[in-house]
Design a protein around this ligand. Structure first.
Ligand code: TV1
Ligand code: CA
Ligand code: ZN
Length: 375
């Protein structure tokens, strides 16, 4: 568990934004994570930085000017007019992407952190950079989708591509990373690998037939999964697939979206990963010792999101073996009852991936797709 130079981006304002009452996405979870990271004494082991907010111009590296202007101007009061009753830009179910108070600032904090995280790596000033307020993988060039307005991940990768020849994007959020995949669907400089629940589940894309187009053919890799996947089953796909990607694609930088809705007990998810199983993905990729950005994403059982991203911060620094499982006292301590432990346990739900060899088929097909790139 060798140490790495870690830069951790956090804006103390991020926890103050709210998508509205009853909305599952709670920016406050990033503040609770930060509180716990601090209580564990980890802030002294990293460069803790407050990112500059992304400007409209920076967002335009991916998004259209008219969409960015719209995000800048929209308010809870004008959203009906500006969206023509919800038909323009904020397409899909309006409640997924409400025009909440401070929306543009929130987007500029999230995106600013991911851009800064990329720049810190390209400057050679860190080995691993972290932005738990990022990871908003559904946002499209000209529209919001699935709680995501600005695609900080695409902006991060575009920044990395100025320096690095090949970037590997990995998405362990339970939802398909459709916005990132779409942005890089036709290039061979970005390999996008998403593990997600597929079948009557948002956003409905991400089959194994979708593998890229033109020059990008073979450079999008989808791993569609079913409810109940356990640590062991997930690892049995993640590790061989990632090892093969490292071999055939040879990335020079990695972006890992650590969406925590793939954890057992998530309010919107349906997987059965423990904290250890989720973090094993971070630990596995870290061993390759390449410049790496860790981003947040989904995660709707707030106390478990904080546990996961705290533990994964420890993995980045390389101190996960040294931190006690009994939680230290912190401002949000009561959120972590009744056990007050740094733990998310698996449940006894059935793993539907093990029915009639589904998982073996998915793994075999993914490896076959990657083998194509080798020959
Ligand atoms: C307001 C209030 C909005 C309560 C949305 C769950 C709500 C959801 C809400 C919800 C909810 C979704 C769809 C249906 C598309 C719609 C950050 C056909 C209890 C990265 C985004 C999921 C996941 C969107 C984001 C999804 C991420 N699920 N209660 N909305 N229409 N939207 O299914 O990947 O984690 O659920
Ligand atoms: Ca995913
Ligand atoms: Zn998600």
């Amino acid at each position: 568990m060798s140490r790495r130079r870690v830069a951790y981006y956090y804006d103390p304002d991020v926890g103050g934004y709210t998508y509205g009452p009853g909305h599952p996405m709670k920016p406050h979870r990033v503040r609770i994570t930060h509180d716990l990271v601090g209580a564990y004494g980890m802030l002294d082991k990293m460069h803790v930085l407050r990112p500059q907010r992304a400007t409209p111009n920076a967002m335009s590296a991916f998004h259209t000017d008219e969409y960015v202007n719209f995000l800048k101007r929209v308010t809870p009061e004008t959203s009906e007019q500006l969206t023509h009753g919800g038909l323009l830009f904020l397409v899909g179910e309006l409640p997924d992407n409400p025009a909440f108070e401070g929306l543009f600032e929130y987007c500029s904090i999230s995106a600013g952190g991911s851009i800064a995280a990329a720049q810190r790596l390209t400057a050679g000033a860190a080995d691993i950079t972290i932005n738990w307020a990022g990871g908003l993988h559904h946002a499209k060039k000209g529209e919001a989708s699935g709680f995501c307005f600005v695609n900080d991940i695409v902006l991060c990768i575009l920044e990395l591509l100025r320096t690095y020849a090949r970037v590997l994007y990995i998405d362990i959020d339970i939802h398909h990373g459709d916005g990132v995949e779409e942005a890089f669907y036709t290039t061979d400089r970005v390999m996008c690998a998403s593990f997600h629940k597929f079948g009557e589940f948002f956003p409905g894309t991400g089959t194994q037939d979708d593998c890229g187009r033109g020059k990008g053919k073979g450079y999008s890799l989808n791993v569609p999964l079913d409810d109940g996947i356990t640590d062991e089953a997930y690892r049995s796909v993640f590790e061989p697939v990632m090892a093969k990607i490292m071999d055939v694609f040879q990335p020079t930088a990695i972006v890992l979206q650590c969406g925590a809705d793939s954890l057992s007990g998530d309010k919107l998810g349906g997987f059965n990963l423990s904290l250890a199983g989720h973090a094993a993905c971070v630990q596995f990729m870290r061993r390759y010792n390449l410049p790496m950005v860790l981003l947040g994403g989904g995660g709707y059982t707030v106390k478990n999101v904080a546990r996961a991203w705290t533990y994964e911060t420890a993995c980045a620094v390389g101190v996960e073996g040294e931190i006690p499982e009994d939680l230290p006292w912190c401002e949000y301590f009561e959120w972590f009852g009744p056990r007050y432990r740094l733990e998310v346990a698996q449940s006894n739900m059935e793993d539907l991936n093990l029915r009639d060899g589904a998982l073996d088929r998915v793994r075999r097909r993914a490896l076959a797709q990657l083998q194509e790139l080798a020959s």
